[in-house]
Structure formats: structure tokens, C-alpha cells
Design a protein around this ligand. Sequence first.
Ligand SMILES: Cc1cc2nc3c(=O)[nH]c(=O)nc-3n(C[C@H](O)[C@H](O)[C@H](O)COP(=O)(O)OP(=O)(O)OC[C@H]3O[C@@H](n4cnc5c(N)ncnc54)[C@H](O)[C@@H]3O)c2cc1C
Length: 449
Amino acid sequence: MPQQRTVAIIGAGLAGASAALAFVNAGFAVTLYSDKSRQALRDEAPATGTAIYFGQISQDADAHIIENLYGDDYYIDGFSVRAYNADHTPLLAFDTDYHYYRAQAIDVRLRTDDRLARFIEKGGDLRVQAVPPDTLNAIAASHDLTLVATGKKGLGSLFEVDQERTVYTEPQRHLLTVNVTGLAYDRSTFDYRSEVGWKHNLFTTHATQGEIFTGPLLHKDGIPSWVILGFAKPGSDWQQRFSQAHDSASALAIFKKIFYDYFPEDCAEINQLQTIDSDPYTWLKGAVVPTVHKPVGYTHGGHTIAALGDTAISFDPIAGQGAQNISVQVAALVDAAKAHQGAFDANWITQQFDTHWQRHGHGATEVTRLFLGDAKYADHAGLFFPAAAVEPAKAGAAFFRFLSEPSLLLSQPTKEDSAQYIETATGQTIESLLARFAPASRFTTKEAA
Ligand SMILES: Cc1cc2nc3c(=O)[nH]c(=O)nc-3n(C[C@H](O)[C@H](O)[C@H](O)COP(=O)(O)OP(=O)(O)OC[C@H]3O[C@@H](n4cnc5c(N)ncnc54)[C@H](O)[C@@H]3O)c2cc1C
């Protein structure tokens, strides 16, 4: 009987827990090292991010790792978008269903904990210990494959930045997020923005300040909650305000004041939101420098290690790509490892990552640039937004399709390519769509009961 192959994984966030379970399912002997206990990961730490799976690709990949444990109640069907000018006046709005499979918003701490439970049940070895570089050297020496999934910090510095694939050297947004409750999952919630109410996420943008995402999210303790996630442009008033947050209550108060000052039409609903007092960890502030690392690193003793999840690619979360990228990367890596008979050496690891980059990772980083308003895609965005305002069901859905199938953007290097994509989606010429666009004069608000 062939000897069971061994995998060591460092870090038990979504990437480490997903890979640990998938490798055990594939017949490997897996040891997962975590600097926090299972209970601390779930109950004594903030979620790394919102981690919504926006589409079919990530959800299909995730189904290779674990079945959907959360039923059909937490699916979101589309987006309500409102854009404001620098002087706070309305620019445009549209409300669209996704054209694809729905988005699923589950607290990443719950997703991770469920994977850890299954991993242990299937005989996986979870060791609660922080892994410093010396220990990593010994671990890598004694396993066939060692994966580092320690997130954006941790052991990530052992992987060189890939300068060719990395676009930014500074954060493009400053982030503040808080998980809250107080609004029902009901058709009447946000019904002035979408007739399906809570079933559409809200994306509200301001020309000079940034963007605010608002949407339902199943909290780890089963609370049907909401996430507010703010993206402040560097140097903006919002950035200054975000910096004052020090707990859930202050984060929520900052958002309520921002809505009051910038998006008053949403105040009646936003003001009803309340903190989740049973979970003081459910807020986060910070900033990400979007970075792609080389997939192979070496311990000081020269043993090969591979980067996974945020350790491999860290995304600004504006286009919701990080967790989705993890499902896709893990599912493909485990399939390839199962089929591979030789050593998991630097060549093999590089080949797997290059394949992943071409199929998914590159597209995901480019879609993030599109949503960040990167100069490379400014002309594309100048077509998508007015076209979506005129034809929300088709052009709006075509725009949000990128969250689900990011590689589609790779075939649109020029604005003419995007024009053609919009024309195909709508059956209308781009000229006729743009000619019909008129800026919004006012936005609706909640009718008084
Ligand atoms: C605000 C925000 C919103 C987001 N929204 C979305 C979204 O809507 N959709 C989406 O797809 N993605 C989203 N993301 C991205 C997603 O949340 C992340 O990509 C994902 O959670 C990262 O998981 P990870 O396992 O790679 O890293 P982490 O969650 O950071 O896990 C790393 C783990 O390793 C442990 N560790 C570190 N060092 C060591 C060590 N030396 N030894 C042992 N353990 C160690 C850490 O304690 C941690 O538990 C968002 C991110 C943010 C910040």
C-alpha cells in the first residue's frame, strides 16, 4: 500500500481550514497549525472580512470543499447602486438582479469553524501553536507539502512580492466595517431602493469620499445581521472619521453620521441599526495594500513552502474577491495534488499558482482595480455606470457579473471591448444607451409610516 502523503498547513483562517479539510477529503494526512484555538478563532477574534461568495464559480469551487451548510435563506439576488457627485447631489442610480447564481453572505468565522469541525471529525490533526520561522523549518522538512496561510501578516514575509503582478504600493482605500442588527430581513427594508427590499445589497458611492456597502450577513451565532463596510479614499473626510473608531458602537455611530451628512435618503433605515452586544469583536478597521506574492518561499534551512489565500494574493475588498479566490485556489490545488505522483517541489507549486493566476487570480485583481476606479479602467467605468442606469436589468447585471466571473474583464482591455460587451448584453448600441442617460435629479427615501 502506498504511504499516505503528508501536508502541513500554517494558519486556520478560511484558507487554512478550507485546504485542511479538502486535503483530508483527498486522502492526505494533514496537520493544521493555528496560533488560536478553535473557540478563540470563532468567539474571540474579529472576522478577517465579510467574505461574501458572489457567484457560481466560487460557490462551485467551495462545494468541492464542503457542502452548503447554510440553506437558501442567506442568498442575495442583486445590487441597488446610488452614486453621488462631489457636491453631494445625486448622479445616478440603478437596481439590478444578478444575472447569475445568487451571492451568499455567511460570517467567515462560522464558515471556518464548520470546516475545522469537519476536519477534526475526519481525523485531521489541529495543533494550537504559533509557528515561528524555526519551527516552520522543521515542519517543512518533515512534510511532503507545507502551505502557509497566515493571512496578510504572519509568515507572509517569507514570500517575495511579485513586482510584475503587483500594481499598488499603497492602500487604495481605508476600511471600516461593523456587523449590526435592527432591520428585518423583509421586503419592506430598503424598499425605496429596490422592490425586493433586503434581497439586494446596497452600494452607495460618493465621488470624492469613497463607497459604502450595506447588506445582510448571517452572523456566526445565527443572528440575521447586516454588514456596513466603508471604503474611504486616502485623504478624505471619511478616512479621518474612520480613524476615530475604537469599537462596534463608535463604528456604527460614525456610519450613522456619514449617512446623515452624505446620504440622508438612507437615514431612516440606517438609524434603526444597533450593535450586536453579545459580540464585541464584530467590527474592523484598517487598510490593505493589494499585493501578489511569489507562490514559493523557502525556510532558512532551504525547505520549500507554498503561499495560500491572503498570503498569496491580498485584495482590497471593494470587489469581494479574497474569499472567493480562496475557494477557487484551494479546490484546484487539491485536485492537482491528488493527481500528481511526484514531489511537490518549487516547479510544481509555481505551475499550480500560474494556472490559478491565469484562470482566476489575475481577473480578480483586475476587477478589483475596476471597482477601485483605477485609471486603467476609468473609461470602462464611464460606460458601465450610465449604461446600467439606462438598462439596469441587462447592463447593470453585466457589470456585477464581474464579481462572479472576474476573468471576463481580461478580454476587455480597451473601452471599445467593454462597449461591445455592453452591446451584447443589452442588444443596443452604446451610443443609443449613452444618449438616453440623464443624471438623477433626486433619490427616493423611506416614506413615513
Ligand atoms: C473588510 C473586508 C471585507 C471583505 N469582503 C469580502 C467579500 O465580500 N468577499 C470575498 O470573497 N472576500 C472578502 N474579503 C476577503 C476575505 O475575508 C479574506 O480573503 C479571507 O478571509 C482571508 O482568509 P485567510 O485564511 O487567507 O487569512 P486570515 O483570515 O488572516 O487567516 C490567517 C490565520 O493564520 C493565523 N496565523 C498567523 N500567523 C500564524 C503563525 N505564525 N502560526 C500559526 N497561525 C498563524 C492567524 O491568526 C489567522 O487565524 C474581505 C476582506 C476584508 C478585510
